[in-house]
Design a protein. Sequence first.
Length: 367
Amino acid sequence: MILLLAFAIWLYLAFFHGRFWDSAPELQPALPLETPQVDIIIPARDEVETIGPVIASLLAQDYAGPFRVILVDDNSTDGTAAAAGADPRLSILTGAPKPAGWSGKLWALSQGVAASEAPVILFADADITHDPRHLASLVAKMNSDRLDMVSEMVRLNCASRAETFLIPAFIYFFQMLYPFARVNDPRSRVAAAAGGTVLIKRAALARIGGLEAMRDALIDDVTLAGKVKKSGPIYLGHSGLATSIRPYPVPGDIWDMIARTAFTQLRYSALLLAGTIIGLALVWLVFPFAALCTGFGWRAALGLAIWAIAALTYFPTLDRYKVHRAYAIALPAIALFYMAATIGSACNHWLGRGAKWKRRAYAGDKA
């Protein structure tokens, strides 16, 4: 009975869940008909290794309209501000101490917004480099589709063995949670964004009460998308014009990335955690058990059939990252890693340790 339920779930996921597995849409290079002024705001905390090439790539944007870069140095101790360089279009703000009740990134972004004047704002991470055509293409998409917000899942590093094994699955699981087709459908309530690249109209940001209205959010990109979509259309897609340069050389780095906010997404609820683990086990562990541990009968055959369906849905993501399709066979093991990291996130919270990021602890308090 449980195996049949798992089969029904996979039929739904494969055929009726917004084509979550489709490695599309991808924003194509384009020139906007209108070129409003854009302020690019980058929050940075101890990013000396990446900030130089990131700023250089943004200052090199081939955009016909006026733009400037506002770097908010969030109390870095490694010389991030100095490594950013100097340019008339670059403003560097020294971040003020974080008030109680604010998450660290949102507080830094809010200071950048306060210093900006442009009608369009690009929130960008300090570890993402941009093709010279990127800003123009983002603005063209916003204008042509009359969108309030445009966001992209940038291409992540996929060079080390750990990244090859685990990073494509991060994209795949994100798409499973938030099918892009449903995010982009105004009739759907599904909303999400990828915080590394978010182009938003100032008027749309003001309409939701500014960043202050979500000042305590740790999953800031999804929270922002949910608020904006209530009053205007948004877009989420893949990017071929922006690339993360942050490496994850060993599995522990990816574990920490997951554990940092996994329990936060479950609102620190033990009940939601239990339900999530049961659901993930039903989706990811039942069919390999049936395929490998039940002999040669119909259960094993059905388990293999489900395994094949799951693998086929993973192919487009593996193709995007130029990873061999054979890695799809390992999806249950990869899912088990992500499940364990989620449990680890909860344990960190309960033990009062929280996850850490750039010398800030996430332990239920706002980082």
